[in-house]
Design a protein around this ligand. Sequence first.
Ligand SMILES: [Zn+2]
Length: 265
Amino acid sequence: MRYGHRKEPRNTHREDPRERQSWFEPRARIPAPRRRPQLPDRPQQRRVSEWAAARCDEIAGDVARGGLWRFTEVVADVLYPGVGVAVAAAQRATKWGPELVGLNDERGSDVKIGLVGSEQLGLWTIFRTRLGQSDPGPRPAWCTELPIGPVGAEGVRRESTIISGIEDAKPADVAGLLLTPPTAAAGTRLLARVDVRLRSGVLAVDPGDGRWQRRMFFTVVFPPSRGNTHHEHYRVVCPACGGRRLAQFRGFDVCSDCGWLDHQT
Ligand SMILES: [Zn+2]
């Protein structure tokens, strides 16, 4: 992966305008009812149905364990100073690989919520992805409207406000994230971009035509008291979507319906 950093975001970038309208429309004050996007034809409708029936791993596993996790490892020490030593040690461990957890598998959801990371390391990247052109929500606050722009100067620096990484990806690895799967010969790429202060970012896919499509929101968590068990308080209902399926991890809870995150403080 090629990495870059920028101090000030700019908006001079090439982007599909349909994409811009979809994922990043202003969040409604009242959570909108869950609706499937209006899709123009039957094959697309069928694809969304297949996607809803699939597990998170089948849709996003290759990208999450691959490009997204490699990016997480590179930026982890900038997001959470000090964690880099443990990440490097884990990378040297021969049998170690990131674990992927699909939080809403087998519920037929067309929004997939998942985590990739390691309980032992205490470092996780939570992600939210949806097929098609829209993500009507309700979405958690960490779904940031980060522009897809030029990568900037090479390298990862501590004073960066935004860090980006681009890498070539196999068409088969990104196919699950796209409404129209790329051909086997397409020059597909991944772009991951994180806002350092928010520790949240977006992952975009170039299906081979040079137009980045935002396909995933993500946020990186490294709870401070990972050795402890759970929160002192216990929430039952997700404040973002009103669901009752909060999954508990060491140091944080995450809503398995929308990805809302409750950190230990
Ligand atoms: Zn929720």
